[in-house]
Design a protein. Structure first.
Length: 133
């Protein structure tokens, strides 16, 4: 097939419950559904005032987080930045990252490249409760 078309909100399973946090956390993985070969893609909705329970870093993959709705904060290693609608944050490999939603929640689309292939977990180091006050 020369192209793939999926609706990120309606065609993909919500795996937010896999993270053991808020039942309102929404996490939809599009990489396989779109047959992506060179990159990765996901949609995330973080409920108001909620901090995503895991921080993570990649050995090889660069990610770009695009805020499509709401606001929040993102911790990048030891720096915290404010996020507003349509902000885009590039995060290079080796940088720890985590994020939390503002009062209206936070919706992001995350792009990653290069593709992590079949061993996606092999590139990721993640820690629960990485970002604590």
């Amino acid at each position: 097939m020369p192209f793939s078309l999926k609706n990120l909100k309606h065609d993909l399973d919500d795996v937010g419950s896999n993270f053991g946090g808020s039942p309102e956390l929404e996490f939809r993985l599009a990489t396989d559904a779109l047959d992506l070969e060179q990159s990765g893609l996901c949609y995330q909705r973080i409920p108001p005032g909620y901090r995503f329970p895991y921080g993570h870093t990649h050995q090889e993959q660069e990610e770009v987080y695009v805020v499509v709705r709401g606001s929040g904060r993102m911790k990048l290693d030891d720096e915290i930045v404010e996020l507003a609608e349509w902000d885009a944050v590039r995060v290079p490999p080796g940088t720890w990252r985590g994020y939390e939603a503002g009062p209206d929640g936070l919706e992001v689309v995350v792009f990653g490249a290069p593709s992590l292939g079949e061993d996606r977990r092999g590139d990721v180091d993640g820690r629960r409760d990485w970002w604590i006050d």
